[in-house]
Design a protein around this ligand. Structure first.
Ligand SMILES: [Zn+2]
Ligand SMILES: [Zn+2]
Ligand SMILES: [Zn+2]
Length: 367
């Protein structure tokens, strides 16, 4: 890389999947003074006596709904959230009060205790463990849908670190089962269905192809055999056998990265056991890169997938499930809340480059 100063980027980028959503990439703003106090650091301890999620304190949570393995000391444990965002059916009809409408806040909210060690990050777990975690997400989602036909969507997400809104430091994820489809998932579904109607192609598959079109293959001159393949895809951060991690061109957050299956698949529930380990490894390597660049990433991630709703049955060919990882480095300001325009102060091209430049071999525990 040259030492010459890169020219500032100042442009509004349209999210190709949801064109109503746009991002202001303004790298000059990245030069402004930062808040004096850094966010509270992540809690890296392995066991905390007072933590309700640490092993030995199982009586301090509601009883387990799911444990892995079923017998013996648990590695993954799912319990009901004591402070649910959605809960039991109140049995009051949906109401309209003038322009104000009320829909019953019915649903399920569960906590997935990701690991029996307190502050362990996903990139520090074994790949087998992370694969089991995704198997647990899938199993529990299937069980929730089977138990209640009114549920339309199960949002799987993780808040990691105080800057990402995690109220308990013990590593955990959450499942919120809802009777409605989240508005941003709906927007992706409708918009990608429109794209399919015009181009007969999934927009996410098209984005993956565009990202990969920068891949270079070096052939041996004499034999003509492939000597080396270099992924120079400008937006590709990681690539596995079945999954890819991409820096979106219109990233809302400085270090936002999305993970998608390389082959078209609309539904997270179709995730097969034999590609689970590849997903785990791509996610871990991506988070290890983020950890390295950010000095211990604090982030939210969530899964966007085909809803359990006949209204979207025709989206199977046009929608493509994915994970969005949104590391938290800035707090949205009044400008962002008021305009709906996200401000990103690091150009996605530079961010992708810095993430790719991380040498994972130098990180202990990574092979
Ligand atoms: Zn703990
Ligand atoms: Zn696709
Ligand atoms: Zn999405």
């Amino acid at each position: 890389m040259s030492n010459e100063k890169e020219p500032f980027v100042r442009e509004i980028r349209i999210n190709p999947v949801v064109p109503q959503e746009s991002v202001l990439v303004s790298t000059e703003r990245g030069q402004r003074p930062k808040r004096a106090e850094a966010p509270a650091p992540r809690d890296n301890r392995s066991h905390v006596e007072s933590c309700p999620f640490c092993s030995g304190n199982e009586d301090r949570t509601p009883p387990a709904i799911f444990t892995y393995p079923e017998n013996g000391p648990w590695e993954i444990r799912i319990v009901e959230n004591l402070y649910p965002v959605l809960g039991d059916d109140r049995n009051h009809p949906n109401l309209s009060l003038g322009l104000q409408q009320i829909i019953d806040g019915y649903g399920r909210h569960e906590v997935v205790i990701d690991h029996n060690q307190h502050g362990v990050g996903i990139s520090d777990m074994s790949t087998v463990h992370v694969a089991n975690l995704f198997a647990a997400f899938r199993q529990r989602t299937e069980d929730l849908f089977a138990a209640d036909p009114r549920l339309r969507y199960v949002l799987i997400f993780k808040n990691f670190g105080p800057a990402a809104g995690a109220s308990i430091a013990h590593t955990h994820s959450q499942l919120v089962a809802m009777p409605v489809v989240p508005e941003n998932v709906h927007a992706e579904l409708v918009s990608s269905r429109d794209y399919f109607g015009k181009h007969y192609r999934c927009i996410f598959c098209t984005l993956i192809d565009e990202a990969l079109s920068f891949e270079t293959t070096i052939y041996d001159r004499a034999s003509g055999e492939v000597r080396r393949r270099i992924d120079v895809g400008q937006y590709v951060v990681e690539r596995g056998e079945h999954f890819i991690a991409i820096k979106p061109f219109a990233s809302r957050f400085e270090w936002e990265v999305h993970i998608l299956p390389l082959n078209h698949e609309a539904d997270f529930l179709a995730l097969r056991a034999d590609s689970m380990a590849d997903l785990a490894s791509v996610l871990q390597r991506t988070l290890a890169r983020l950890d390295q660049v950010l000095g211990g990433a604090q982030y939210n991630f969530f899964v966007h997938t085909l809803p359990h709703d006949p209204m979207y049955a025709d989206c199977r060919a046009s929608y493509h499930w994915h994970i969005e990882i949104c590391p938290r480095t800035e707090i949205p300001s009044g400008f962002e809340l008021g305009s709906g325009l996200f401000v990103n102060t690091v150009s996605p091209e530079e961010a992708a480059q810095r993430l790719r430049d991380v040498n994972l071999d130098d990180i202990p525990g990574n092979s």
